[in-house]
Design a protein around this ligand. Structure first.
Ligand code: SF4
Length: 386
């Protein structure tokens, strides 16, 4: 039987993580894209070996949930057959990339993503598990708010540039030099002491005064886009997923209708070639759907760390949230579903829910020990959103 990690800080296909509903295996689509055949294979795996639930993570990866240990070896064999895993866990762990889903055939994006993945697969650099890269070189930057440490972006003058996260400006790079320069910046991060004990992020390193040589001047990034919402564009349909989770049947439904599926870090999948918004269980097609105003982590019963069920509560509160406000419900202070601040945050603990206004799960609560019944009795008054 293949060895299975008992607990993982960052699950992968090679090292699944135990959760309340079994093992969780994370799959990193190459270039942020799945072919239809790959997506159907993942749906099949979720049905054969898992509990049919698939997460789309904030790093634009997919997670098959509810696996048993005996399923790990056949799962890996199928993922290898479809080109969805790396040679070993170390290489896989550093193939940590976000790719703008709004690319078109022949532009720089997919070429750069392929080159970067190849470069990262040559050897293990020893980067921290959370350290990642972004390929965000459309006319507008769409990944600026999302987690990445080394960014290949479009500059304001239309060229390519490299930017260390945390630096407002970057360095212009030629197409052929973008990936080697990105790796050099990652190596500088390590050499200059950015990582310790398997942890460390670029923005914090820059914030502590570290300065990558020749990387801070010469190029300003293109403007950042407004946050994407579900809808159609010329290349296909951006499809929302309630709480970033979908059933295997929903993944198969999309795979069978689209030319390919591009993963995003926004709880949305870009379905290539669709000219109508799809309608199916768990799909959020309407840009004004109240479910887009709430985030909720896995919670009970599927997470072992949680103190409460989260998603049915979030769904019940969603219609009460104003269009521009965001509600985050977290089963514990880790805040997996929404690490940043939200207009309203509810954090479960042994005494009930803490209520935090304009903050994150780690900020001081305005109210403590709220019960579910109290929250649901008059949500607008209690949450201060009346
Ligand atoms: S925030 Fe806590 S309860 Fe929610 S999924 Fe993460 S670890 Fe589990």
């Amino acid at each position: 039987m293949t060895s299975v990690a008992i607990k993982g800080w960052c699950p992968s296909a090679h090292r699944p993580m135990h959760s309340g509903d079994g093992l969780v295996a994370r799959i990193r689509p190459r270039g942020g894209r799945l072919s239809s055949a790959q997506a159907v294979a993942i749906a099949d795996l979720a049905e054969r070996y898992g509990n049919r639930l698939i997460d789309l993570t904030g790093r634009a990866n997919l997670q098959i949930r509810g696996l048993c240990a005996e399923a790990h070896a056949p799962l890996l064999a199928t993922l290898a057959q479809f080109g969805l895993i790396d040679a070993d866990a170390e290489i896989e762990s550093q193939r940590n990339m976000l790719v703008t889903p709004f690319w078109t055939d022949g532009d720089d994006t997919q070429w750069l993503a392929v080159q970067l993945e190849r470069a990262l697969s040559v050897g293990c650099l020893g980067l921290p598990a959370k350290f990642g890269f972004a390929v965000d070189c459309g006319d507008e930057r769409v990944l600026a708010p999302n987690s990445a440490d080394v960014r290949i972006e479009r500059s304001a003058d239309g060229g390519l540039m490299l930017r260390a996260d945390g630096c407002p400006a970057g360095h212009p790079v030629a197409r052929q030099q973008a990936v080697p320069a990105a790796l050099s910046l990652a190596k500088w991060f390590l050499a200059s002491g950015g990582a310790s004990g398997g942890r460390g992020r670029m923005a914090a390193h820059i914030g502590n005064g570290a300065r990558p040589p020749h990387m801070l001047v010469g190029a300003s990034p293109a403007s950042a886009a407004t946050p994407p919402r579900p809808g159609l564009c010329s290349e296909g349909a951006l499809v929302g997923l309630a709480f970033g989770q979908l059933l295997s049947t929903t993944l198969r439904f999309l795979a069978e209708r689209a030319a390919g599926l591009r993963m995003t870090p926004w709880r949305m999948i870009f379905a290539e070639g669709l000219s109508e918004m799809p309608e199916h269980d768990g799909i959020v097609s309407d840009a004004d759907d109240p479910l887009l105003r709430v985030s909720a982590c896995t919670g009970a019963p599927s997470c072992q760390a949680t103190h409460a069920e989260t998603r049915t509560l979030a769904a019940a509160l969603a219609p009460h949230m104003p269009a521009q406000a965001h509600l985050h419900i977290s089963g514990c202070t880790k805040g997996c579903a929404h690490p940043g601040a939200a207009a309203v945050t509810l954090v479960a603990n042994v005494d009930g829910f803490d209520l935090i206004c304009d903050g994150s799960t780690r900020d001081a609560p305005a109210r403590r020990g709220l019960t579910r019944a109290q929250i649901l009795a008059d949500p607008r008054a209690l949450l201060g959103i009346g």
